[in-house]
Design a protein around this ligand. Structure first.
Ligand code: ATP
Length: 237
């Protein structure tokens, strides 16, 4: 596995008085798929929002490619190569598929590059090509997930943060999304994946961390965590 690309170091994050992340530390290495698993309210979304700088940690730091990013604006973090696909997708419902994708290409002015990246997204998710003139809000949940991922890919990220990409999707679409995550990783994109579907996430992940009420309580390879008794009992049901 490659060198560390992302380091979360002793991070505490609060919402007012609510102490959501407590001394959280972990790393993601280049070319890995790392998954964060945990129950509702464990702090998974808060972790991703702290990495992409939507939330500022009260303590600790986030280091990306050797640079501290925990005190800089979210759009600068995004420009640096971290793309965040948020929980609930948050696509632009009144814009077409094509326009949503163009929004993701905010780093580039070069139309050829934007077209090339859009062709890549359409090759990855042919359904989006069929729907390219359709408004985002009219897409199914699965198509909106493809669009949210496609929009993130338009910025050519080195690190992709995925928050519950399979949430609410029918089994075939869940498969398709997981297959696309594996493919993106095989093409060199490092992935930090937050999932309720711990079984599927651990199956594709090189490594994983378990978050419980704001603290990391366990780590291991995907295979190790799948065999771990506590993980089996609490998350693999
Ligand atoms: P879920 O799967 O339900 O999204 P999660 O593991 O992503 O769970 P977070 O959403 O990160 O958990 O929440 C961590 C803690 O912070 C929870 O106790 C939650 O109630 C609290 N929290 C999250 N967002 C806010 C907010 N905007 N204001 C106040 N408290 C919040």
């Amino acid at each position: 596995m490659g060198k560390p690309i992302l380091g979360i170091k002793n991070v505490d994050t609060f919402y007012g008085k609510i102490h959501a992340l407590k001394d959280v530390s972990f790393e993601v290495n280049e070319a890995e798929i790392v998954t964060l698993i945990g129950s509702n309210g464990a702090g998974k979304t808060t972790t991703l929002n702290t990495i992409s700088s939507i939330l500022k940690p009260a303590k600790g730091e986030i280091v990306f490619n050797g640079q501290t990013i925990s005190r800089i604006a979210p759009h600068i973090v995004a420009k640096g190569g971290i793309a965040h696909v948020p929980e609930g997708r948050k696509i632009f419902p009144k814009m077409t598929v094509e326009e949503n994708l163009e929004m993701g290409a905010f780093r580039f002015n070069d139309n050829n590059k934007i077209k090339k990246n859009m062709d890549y997204v359409f090759e990855l998710f042919p359904r989006l090509l069929e729907r390219k003139k359709q408004k985002g809000g009219t897409l199914s949940g699965g198509e909106q997930q493809m669009l949210a991922m496609g929009r993130a890919l338009m910025s050519e990220p080195t690190l992709l943060l995925l928050d519950e990409p399979s949430m609410g999707l029918a089994p075939l679409l869940v498969e398709l999304i997981f297959e696309s995550i594996k493919r993106l990783n095989s093409e060199g994109i490092t992935i930090l994946l937050v999932e309720q579907n711990a079984h599927k996430a651990l199956k594709i992940a090189h490594r994983g961390y378990v978050l419980q009420t704001g603290s990391i309580v366990l780590t291991g390879t995907g295979a190790e965590l799948l065999q771990n008794e506590m993980v089996k009992e609490a998350y693999l049901g």
